[in-house]
Ligand binder design. Structure first.
Ligand code: NDP
Length: 291
């Protein structure tokens, strides 16, 4: 049984990205820049934004933070996004979600220039993913596929089951696995016999948001388990982070599994940096970047 070390894979990827950034600077005088927009003072979002900023700078890129009060209006946030779209120095725009309840994240995402949409959430990038045309791909699904490939190599012909069909994770993850020539089953809250479907998976991806929902006997022997879930629970008087998969039960039967924390999570930020370099090169017509 392999515990897939997401931290180590992310560190490797970040190193490659730093190399690509150094190349862009040396060959073209370009330092990619990522602008992050944070609205309000949600403590978890503040930590995420800080971590993203640190990782961006460590990779040799410029990190630009725009903080707005929770009272900011939708039109003020939209105006900032449009300003960043027009700023030639900005390569990637990330609006930290969730936004305060009075602001429609759908409307704000729709404002982002698809060429700067490093979260891959605009209709243009979602459409390109569906059409297999490439583009900027959502970070968590991209990181999940990279981890699956790190243990299975070529995924062609494998049966992948994705539990969860959100726009952020489940749907793009299913599309990426399809592009890898997996046979993909998408499951969700209305799926009948979920345990039996999971048992058929060579690659089982859980993106649900329910602590330890997937039990050990739902996992085919030798399967690769990618646990995207991050759930904060209280246990034995302590706060803990656990995945959607019951790790202790899953570990003996699975061939490989991502832990929570330390699995998919670290890959998400690394893939955000990757998208920023790719966006910087593409927008300037500098050709594809191999990261
Ligand atoms: P959403 O709440 O948007 O989607 C959850 C999905 O799970 C829905 O499609 C829902 O189905 C499905 N679902 C809910 N209950 C069940 C059930 N009992 N059986 C089967 N399917 C069910 O969540 P996200 O996709 O945004 O996130 C999923 C998890 O991934 C969360 O724990 C989140 O914290 C984590 N996450 C981790 C990231 C990382 O970096 N590692 C990044 C992003 C998210 P339906 O559509 O029918 O309602």
């Amino acid at each position: 049984m392999t515990i897939i070390d997401g931290k180590a894979h992310a560190a490797q990827l970040r190193e490659k990205i730093a190399g690509a950034v150094a190349g862009l600077r040396a060959d073209h005088g370009v330092q990619p820049a990522l602008a992050v927009v944070l609205v309000g003072d949600d403590p978890a979002s503040q930590v995420y934004v800080r971590n993203k900023g640190v990782a961006t700078e460590k990779a040799g890129m410029r990190s630009i933070e725009h903080r707005m009060p929770a009272s900011a209006s939708e039109s003020e946030v939209a105006a900032l996004v449009r300003k960043l779209n027009d700023d030639p120095e900005v390569d990637g725009i990330l609006v930290q979600l969730p936004l305060p309840a009075h602001i429609s994240s759908e409307n704000i995402i729709a404002e982002i220039d698809p060429y700067k949409d490093v979260d891959g959430l605009t209709e243009a990038n979602a459409g390109r993913l569906l059409l297999g045309k490439g583009g900027l791909v959502p970070c968590t699904p991209q990181g999940s596929v990279m981890l699956a490939k790190s243990v299975r190599g070529d995924l062609s012909g494998l049966h992948a089951v994705v539990v969860g069909r959100s726009i952020l994770v489940g749907k793009p993850l299913a599309m990426l696995l399809l592009a890898e020539n997996c046979t993909v089953t998408m499951a969700h809250s209305r799926t009948n016999d979920l345990d039996a479907i999971c048992r058929e998976a060579d690659i089982l991806c859980a993106a649900v948001g329910r602590p330890r929902m997937i039990k050990g006997d739902w996992i085919k022997k030798g399967a690769t388990v990618i646990d995207v879930g991050i759930n904060r629970i209280e246990e034995d008087g302590k706060m803990r982070l656990v995945g959607d998969v019951d790790f202790d039960e899953a570990e003996p039967g699975a061939g490989a599994i991502t832990p929570v924390p330390g699995g998919v999570g670290p890959m998400t930020i690394a893939c955000l940096l990757r998208n920023t370099v790719i966006a910087a090169a593409r927008r300037r017509g500098l050709g594809p970047i191999d990261v």
